[in-house]
Design a protein around this ligand. Structure first.
Ligand SMILES: CSC[C@@H](O)[C@@H](O)C(=O)COP(=O)(O)O
Ligand SMILES: [Zn+2]
Length: 222
């Protein structure tokens, strides 16, 4: 198979993932080695850099990233094992050709929101300014983020994500697991993750107040 990328592209991709990992790690978004990150190197045939499985993303280095094909197989000899969830990244790149980076984090609020709204199959957000970070500019815009069951069978989980994703909305939630969000490049994907996470925090705290909960001051101040 011939791929249209060179060594320079690979270094740039690896460094891009290390940089975004540092930003998310500072926010505590990779508890217990969770999460995985990828950047596309080539669309046709598909090849992307992805984090190796089980790595401590709080201390990620360029040596923790390998290049795989559309079947999640390493395209070169390596001792690294691709993320257990690499097939989900591949599915996103196949379904959304404009996606150039795909990022996955497990956070407290994305887990809470994914469980609270699971039965509805989606969570609706409306009229929040940060929706504009998704490049949706209409006034009082409403968006719905799909939520899928947390199947242990990764091919099944990846297929389900592919089936429910809405190309206008660059994310899917997995129940009690985390979010997959993507963008045209790592800059856009990072902006999308940050926007979704902020809106999930907002929604959870708002629902808590509306239901009469006393929210601890330190959480309310987030
Ligand atoms: C350590 S719990 C998290 C894993 O089960 C998984 O969901 C995850 O996000 C990280 O898997 P990985 O194989 O390291 O990419
Ligand atoms: Zn995960």
């Amino acid at each position: 198979m011939t791929y249209a990328f060179n060594q320079e592209d690979r270094i740039r991709v690896a460094q891009g993932l290390v940089d975004v990992a540092k930003n998310f790690a500072e926010k505590g978004w990779f508890p217990a080695t969770s999460g995985n990150l990828s950047i596309k190197l080539s669309g046709e045939p598909l090849a992307f850099g992805v984090t190796a499985s089980g790595k401590d993303k709080e201390n990620l280095t360029v040596h923790d990233i390998l290049v795989v094909d559309g079947n999640s197989k390493a395209i070169e000899p390596t001792t690294l094992k691709p993320s257990a969830e690499t097939l989900i990244h591949a599915e996103v790149y196949k379904r959304v050709p404009e996606a150039g980076a795909c990022l996955h984090v497990h956070t407290l609020y994305n887990n809470l929101i994914s469980d609270i709204f699971f039965e509805q199959g989606k969570v609706r957000l409306q009229g929040i300014e940060l929706i504009k970070a998704l490049n949706i500019w209409e006034e009082n815009a409403a968006i719905e983020i799909p939520i899928v069951e947390n199947y242990a069978d990764i091919p099944k989980l990846a297929a389900e994500i592919g089936d429910v994703l809405d190309p206008r909305i660059p994310a899917v939630l997995i129940r009690n697991h985390g979010i997959y969000a993507w963008g045209a490049d790592v800059f856009a994907a990072k902006r999308h993750v940050q926007a979704f996470e902020w809106m999930f925090n907002y929604l959870f705290l708002k629902l808590s107040y509306q239901r009469g909960a006393t929210v601890p001051v330190e959480l309310a101040a987030l």
